[in-house]
Design a protein around this ligand. Structure first.
Ligand code: NI
Length: 395
């Protein structure tokens, strides 16, 4: 039974995977600067005899594992490699040695799981038909997202995968479990930069000015009407302004105010409609009061859509591999993830692996200086990735 072979091998490889994860964790690198991480992955793939590979998107790697009838079908597995600008506060032997940089989103775990899956698949390449394409991706944490660059450089062609899988650590669930959600799972995320230019002057003579602070207040509160009055209430959407700058003193009306925010949605059609509503509202409100607005909304990550047929299959494979009690449903999340780009080109399934211990330890959320994982999750992560690949190939 291939399932038992994979399960046993994932168990045996856990100490090896732990060492790899700790090495990557101790040597984190920021988005698009994953040079040493990339070199380390190349070394590991060499050691496994996975030599059919090339460098993409700067530090990214695409590698092929060819089973029997290699041309019959292709399935892709993706891991992200980058870390965050956070100073690690965990006192552990594998603490970050790169001051101010930390694997606080588990991408060290994702990379390790993909290396583990690669090793298992390479050892078993006589036991499946088709080709597994490994994608080690840079820059998940930073616009425009490493995934978009990988795709632009052709990683979804020659051969074109019929499905793609990605996983993410999840401190809300215990190690030894997985989580799935079909359809819309994570939000699109577009940054918004607004500059309102009025005319400064004395605070006591507003009639001689165009007050950009007063107009900014109208813009910020008014824009919430776009969400509450123009968006289908059954479709989640959020607009948050996290930064506003302008002015120098209590008695001076400034010339300019800058506002920065993020707009998130779960529906691509609404997302693009909303961009127009947001723009029009800002421009027309500013014009009504004699100010001028410049608006930048560069498109960020799209909605992450898990293909329903593929996800239904993945859930049944997970039930078989993990036992139904260990396969959990997931809520939608307004966070964004650049795996979404792949799901707009090929059917994708982005799932979670639990990383806490009994719901008590390792429960700190990602992007926190104290985030860490129960490393038993590596066994689940590498085994499930390999298992999903062989099933998707034979499906
Ligand atoms: Ni992440």
């Amino acid at each position: 039974m291939l399932r038992e072979t994979i399960q046993n091998r994932a168990k045996d490889l856990l100490p090896w995977a732990r060492d790899i994860r700790r090495h990557i964790h101790a040597h984190p690198e920021l988005s698009f600067l994953e040079h040493n991480t990339s070199a380390y992955i190349h070394e590991q793939l060499d050691a496994m005899g996975i030599t059919d590979r090339k460098t993409v998107a700067g530090t990214g790697i695409v590698a092929l594992i060819k089973g029997k009838n290699a041309d019959s079908k292709c399935v892709a597995l993706r891991a992200d490699m980058d870390a965050l600008p956070i100073r690690e506060e965990n006192e552990v032997p594998y603490k970050s040695q790169n001051e101010g940089v930390m694997h606080a989103c588990g991408h060290d775990v994702h990379t390790t799981c993909l290396l583990g899956a690669a090793r298992i698949l390479q050892e078993n390449r006589d036991n499946f038909n088709g080709t597994v394409k490994l994608l080690f991706q840079p820059g998940e944490e930073k616009d425009p997202g490493g995934a978009s660059i990988m795709i632009a450089e052709g990683v979804l062609e020659n051969p074109k995968p019929s499905a793609i899988f990605g996983l993410h650590v999840f401190p809300d669930l215990p190690a030894g479990t997985t989580g799935f959600r079909s359809g819309q799972y994570m939000a699109s995320a577009d940054e918004i930069y607004i500059t309102i230019t009025g005319k400064g002057g004395h605070a006591a003579q507003p009639q001689r000015t165009v007050d950009p602070i007063a107009i900014a207040a109208l813009v910020i509160t008014g824009l919430q009407q776009v969400i509450s009055r123009k968006c289908d209430p059954l479709s989640p959407s959020v607009l948050t302004f996290g930064k506003i700058t302008g002015g120098t003193a209590v008695n001076i009306i400034p010339d300019q105010v800058k506002i920065e925010g993020t707009f998130r949605a779960m529906d691509e059609k609404w997302r693009h409609e909303a961009h127009k509503w947001i723009r029009d509202f800002i421009e027309q409100t500013c014009a009504a009061y004699g100010a001028h607005a410049t608006i930048e909304m560069p498109p960020g990550y799209p909605v992450l859509f898990n293909d329903p047929a593929l996800t239904a299959n993945a859930i049944s494979w997970a039930n078989e591999y993990m036992g139904t009690d260990n396969v959990k449903p997931l809520e939608m999340r307004m966070g964004a993830e650049d795996f979404a780009f792949y799901t707009h080109h090929v059917p994708g399934c982005f799932y979670r692996i639990g990383t806490n211990r009994d719901g008590k330890e390792f429960t700190t959320s990602v992007h926190n200086a104290r985030f860490d994982v129960n490393e038993d999750a590596l066994q689940t992560g590498m085994g499930m990735m390999a298992w999903c690949a062989v099933n998707a190939l034979s499906n």
